[in-house]
Design a protein around this ligand. Structure first.
Ligand SMILES: Nc1ncnc2c1ncn2[C@@H]1O[C@H](COP(=O)(O)OP(=O)(O)OP(=O)(O)O)[C@@H](O)[C@H]1O
Ligand SMILES: [Mg+2]
Length: 183
């Protein structure tokens, strides 16, 4: 069984997973890397569409013991029996937006990922796939990397509950619903 670190692009999955992998002396299983290296994708108009079915089949055969599986696709390519704990990293959409700007994401790509973060799609899909008790949400917004690592370690050991995350209320209070949802 594997510890899973998931969440939208830019929330800090790889930064945290790399540190934890070193600490625990575990191997990282990077879902996106597998998709690219094994050619489990198609390019359509410059956009990479991954084949989740193929990744899922590949991961079924792979022994995930003592590993850390990383990727936003985790809830679509892994099943409950393959995971020990699922950490969903979250980040305030305003902060996430500035990361996307630095990464020069297109408006479409930014909005898609920001809307997914605001609605908590990956958290919802993870809970549905893996069960609520295995899933812990950690808000990285105002945390140092060190603090996030500590929280993830605690969560992995069953000693931390989910942080409270409610981006929808946050943006509604600022009257920014249209800004994020009218594309
Ligand atoms: N508390 C924190 N935890 C994790 N990352 C943080 C934290 N604070 C700031 N960051 C920064 O967030 C940025 C995004 O992190 P990272 O690239 O690891 O995200 P990711 O989720 O792996 O993204 P992608 O899915 O696109 O690969 C990095 O610059 C990282 O240093
Ligand atoms: Mg990354």
């Amino acid at each position: 069984m594997s510890l899973v670190i998931t969440g939208n692009p830019g929330v800090g999955k790889h930064t945290i997973a790399n540190i934890i992998a070193t600490k625990l002396n575990s191997e990282i299983c990077d879902i996106n890397k597998i998709a690219l290296e094994s050619n489990f994708y198609e390019k359509n108009n410059g956009v990479i569409d991954v084949d989740v079915k193929k990744i899922k089949r590949y991961l079924k055969k792979k022994v995930l013991k003592n590993s850390i599986t990383v990727g936003h696709l985790a809830p679509y390519v892994l099943s409950k029996d393959q995971v020990s704990k699922v950490i969903i990293l979250r980040k305030n959409p305003y902060k996430l937006n500035s990361i996307y700007k630095k990464r020069r994401y297109s408006k479409k790509k930014s909005i898609e990922n920001l809307d997914s973060e605001i609605l908590g799609i990956i958290a919802y899909d993870s809970m549905k796939e893996f069960g609520k008790t295995k899933c812990i949400q950690i808000d990285t917004t105002n945390k140092t990397i060190k603090k996030t690592v500590q929280d993830v370690m605690k969560a992995a050991n069953g000693n931390k509950k989910s942080d409270n995350v409610d981006w929808l209320s946050l943006i509604a209070d600022k009257d920014h619903l249209k800004k994020f949802f009218s594309y």
